[in-house]
Design a binder for this molecule. Sequence first.
Ligand SMILES: NC(=O)c1ccc[n+]([C@@H]2O[C@H](COP(=O)([O-])OP(=O)(O)OC[C@H]3O[C@@H](n4cnc5c(N)ncnc54)[C@H](O)[C@@H]3O)[C@@H](O)[C@H]2O)c1
Ligand SMILES: O=c1ccn([C@@H]2O[C@H](COP(=O)(O)OP(=O)(O)O[C@H]3O[C@H](CO)[C@H](O)[C@H](O)[C@H]3O)[C@@H](O)[C@H]2O)c(=O)[nH]1
Length: 352
Amino acid sequence: MEWSGQSILVTGGAGFIGSHTVVQLLKQGFSVSIIDNFDNSAMEAVNRVRDLVGPKLSLKLEFNQGDLRSKEDLENLFSKKTFDAVIHFAGLKAVGESVAKPQKYYDNNLVGSINLFEVMEKYNCKKMVISSSATVYGQPDKMPCVEDFKLQAMNPYGRTKLFLEEIARDIQKAEPEWRIVILRYFNPVGAHESGRIGEDPRGIPNNLMPYIQQVAVGRLPVLNVYGYDYPTKDGSAIRDYIHVMDLADGHIAALRKIFTTKSIGCTAYNLGTGCGTSVLEMVTAFEKASGKKIPVNMCPRRPGDATAVYASTKKAEKELGWKAKYGIEVICRDQWNWASNNPWGYQGKPLN
Ligand SMILES: NC(=O)c1ccc[n+]([C@@H]2O[C@H](COP(=O)([O-])OP(=O)(O)OC[C@H]3O[C@@H](n4cnc5c(N)ncnc54)[C@H](O)[C@@H]3O)[C@@H](O)[C@H]2O)c1
Ligand SMILES: O=c1ccn([C@@H]2O[C@H](COP(=O)(O)OP(=O)(O)O[C@H]3O[C@H](CO)[C@H](O)[C@H](O)[C@H]3O)[C@@H](O)[C@H]2O)c(=O)[nH]1
C-alpha cells in the first residue's frame, strides 16, 4: 500500500509536538486535519504552521476546534471525511496537576481516547499512532529502557498513559484488523529551525528546557536545579533529551510502518536518542548557544524524580528505520532561536 499522500487526523495538532509533526506530514505529502480544543495551545500555532509550509501545502491542512470528550465533535469530523489513520497527541501532561486533579486527567486523557477509539471503529478507521511516554517505565533498575521492561506508573498522569497503552493493546487483540503503534517519548525539547513554532507552556514551566529558556529571556530570575547529590558525574539528574523535529520524523516512520505492515498489531517503540545529559550539562550547553548566563539555585531533589533515564533506541532503528539526528547543541540552538524571537511565546507580550 502507498504510505504517503493519505489523509491523517491529528488530535492535539495545535500543541507542541503536534504542530511540528503537522509541518513534516504536510511536507511529506499527507493531507492533515487537526482537532484541538486549545486547552494548552493557540490558533497562532496553526497559523504559523501554514506560513511555514506555504500556501500550496496549506490547502491540505484543515483545522477543527473540538474536544475529544465530546462524541458529537468526533462524529462531526468522521461523518464528513474519511481518514486513513489518526495520530493521537491530545492530552493533558502536567504531572503535578495530575496529582492534585486526578479526575481531570482520567476524564480528559482516557474518556477522550475511548471516544476516539469508538468513533474510529464505527467509521472503520483502524490505524493509529499513540503518544505515550517514558514515564510508563517508572523507575527501572537498569538502563537503557528497553520496550519489554515491566511497566509501572508513578502518578495519575503516568497511569493515564499506561492505561491508554493497555486499552490499545486490548482493542487490537479483540479486533486484529487494528494497526497501532505506541510511541514512548523521552524528553521532547527544541523547536523548528525557523524559530516560528516551539513550546509555549501556560504559567510557570514544570519542565527543564522551557524553564531554562524563560530564565535566558529574563521572564524568570533563576533556575532551580532539583538535586545535586545524585550518583552521576556532576550530581545532577540525567535524561534523554530528544529534538522535537526528530520526534516529528519518528511519527512519519511510524505511519509508514503502519501502512506497510499488516502484522504490526499493537507495538510500542521508544523515541529517544540513547544519550543521557545531566541538568548541569544542559545549562552549560544552553549558555553556550544563547550567550546568556543562567543563574542556578541548587535545591533538594524533586520528589518522584529518577536518577537517570535514557532510551534503548535499537527497536525503533531496526523496525521503523528511524534514528534521532540531533544532539544537545542543535537542540539548544533551535530552542534559543524560538525563545529569542518569541520571548513571550505565541501571545507576543506579557499577559496581565
Ligand atoms: N512534551 C512532553 O514532555 C511529553 C513527553 C511524553 C509524552 N508526551 C505526550 O505527547 C502528547 C503531546 O504532548 P505536547 O507536549 O505536544 O503537549 P501540548 O499540551 O503542547 O499538546 C497537546 C494538545 O492537545 C490539546 N488537547 C488536550 N486535551 C484535548 C481534548 N480533550 N480535546 C482536544 N484537544 C485536546 C491541547 O490543547 C494541546 O494543543 C501528549 O499526549 C503528552 O502526554 C509529551
Ligand atoms: O525547573 C526545573 C525543572 C526540571 N529540573 C530537572 O530536570 C530534569 C528533567 O525534568 P523535566 O521535568 O524536564 O522532565 P522529566 O524527565 O521529569 O519528565 C518529563 O518527561 C517524562 C518522560 O521521560 C514524562 O513524559 C513526564 O511527563 C515529563 O514531564 C529532572 O531531573 C528535574 O528534576 C530542574 O532541575 N529544574
